[in-house]
Design a protein around this ligand. Structure first.
Ligand code: GAR
Length: 223
């Protein structure tokens, strides 16, 4: 059974979606730890106490010191995959290199649009008609790793950042689960700055369809 470590800073709805998928038998994996930079994060409460790790970065002398402690705690649970889901602290280069190739992030925008924070408000301010979420491999540059898959939602007239965030979150959960199903089946790999699925390079991100399946935008067949 593949082992997943989760990083989260907040409420942990993506973590809960993964726990639910595992419980219902649609994701053959186990969550082996939840790691947070916010000791009070609601995400931590979603797993038994022995699976929780948290520390306040302010109690470390440096960013590198915190990252090393986090990295050691993660390495100790021997994860196959490490998933950032609402982890809002920048990961240093050494941490990323330590886990490179098995480090995934879900980001609430159609990358490369809107890297960083406040993605929903920025999307509305730009007047975009479409928004969404992306899952990508993490590289040292923020939100810049190769995108594996995306889910798209419309922006409705009258949306504010909260209504749009809620619409995006609804597709984040099936998107992340669908990517993790590929990952735990051994079908997903980071090759340099590219992504390979079933050994073939991916030239455009996979797209989540309305049935929750991932499709290549060109070929159209569900994976
Ligand atoms: C999600 O929308 C996720 O995409 C976003 O934080 C939220 C966490 O929700 N992540 C980022 O903004 C990363 N830059 P959750 O705690 O309920 O899973």
């Amino acid at each position: 059974m593949q082992r997943i470590a989760m990083l989260a800073s907040g409420r942990g709805s993506n973590l809960q979606a993964i726990l639910d998928a595992i419980a219902s038998g649609t994701l053959p994996a186990q969550v082996v730890g939840v790691f947070s930079d916010k000791p009070g994060a609601a995400a931590l409460e979603r797993v038994p106490a022995d699976l929780r790790w948290s520390a306040d970065p302010k109690s470390f002398a440096s960013r590198e010191g915190f990252d090393a402690a986090l990295g050691d705690a993660i390495a100790a649970v021997q994860p196959d995959w490490i998933v950032c889901a609402g982890y809002l602290r920048i990961l240093g280069d050494a941490f990323v290199e330590r886990f490179r190739g098995r480090l995934l992030n879900i980001h609430p925008s159609l990358l490369p649009k809107f890297r960083g924070l406040r993605t929903h408000a920025r999307c509305i301010a730009e007047g975009d008609r479409e928004h969404g979420a992306s899952v990508h491999f993490v590289i040292p540059e923020l939100d810049a790793g190769t995108v594996i898959a995306q889910a798209r939602v419309p922006v409705h007239p009258g949306d504010d950042a909260d209504t749009l965030a809620a619409r995006v979150l609804e597709v984040e959960h099936p998107l992340l689960i669908a990517v993790l199903r590929l990952a735990v089946a051994g079908r997903l790999a980071e090759r340099g700055t590219n992504v390979a699925v079933d050994g073939h390079p991916l030239f455009t991100p996979l797209l989540l369809d309305s049935a929750g399946a991932l499709r290549s935008p060109d070929a159209g067949t569900p994976l």
